[in-house]
Design a protein around this ligand. Sequence first.
Ligand code: SAH
Length: 251
Amino acid sequence: MKVYFTGAGPGDPELITVKGLKILQKADILIYAGSLVSPEILKECPKDAKIYDSASMNLKEVSAIYQKMKDKKGIIVRLHTGDPSVYGAIQEQMDLLTMWKIPFEVIPGVSSFQASSATLQQQLTLPGVSQTVILSRISGRTKTPQLEDLALLARSQSTMVLFLSVDQAKSVEEKLLPQYGTDTPVAVVYRASWPDEKILRGTLGNLASLVEKSGITRQALIFVGNVLDSEYEKSKLYDAAFTHGFREASQ
Ligand code: SAH
């Protein structure tokens, strides 16, 4: 028996990887995260596969499935939304499997921040604007370490992508304003890659009111940073005066 922690992608069933899809098509047991995984993806697993919705299960219950299967043959697919490495809570499951000597593998997925950038048609790193992307969240029920307080992370004025924070847009605005200023562009992407996807655009100064008016309280990402503006230096990679590994400069 082997467990595959698999990224389901952000929602669109075509955004699971080929590797993820192939393993899903061979699954004996599928454990998936409720509302965040498209029912279309679930159709891919064999008809006789056992399917569990992890939304109503705790770690102990999920682990009990692994333990029960330990000495049997088969494939367990643990499907996570987006990429499992980002707020996926797989570490504790992997630690248990290591302890129980159950083999496992991680198959990455397209994260919602990547799907949202695609929706926004936005490059997150632009020369002369920002060369860093901060993936973070506002402190919530899971406390962020003090040194990762958004007000501190804001000091670099990097491109910032906030997960699990749209319901606290007012606090996000307050924490980021002193460093980024009111005019820094923001975007909120709700359910990127789903049929009911929505985009909000504005500036940091009106982030909270924008979110409030939209009624969005979950399943959205907040993007903050000057990359969302149109002013930037053109990339060196395509600049004729710049030599890189594959091409000599022509001037
Ligand atoms: N592992 C996931 C993140 C899980 S945390 C990933 O890589 O995307 C759950 C949070 O992710 C949500 O609160 C929301 O902030 C974000 N999220 C997940 N799917 C999303 C989507 N399709 N569009 C926008 N945000 C999404």
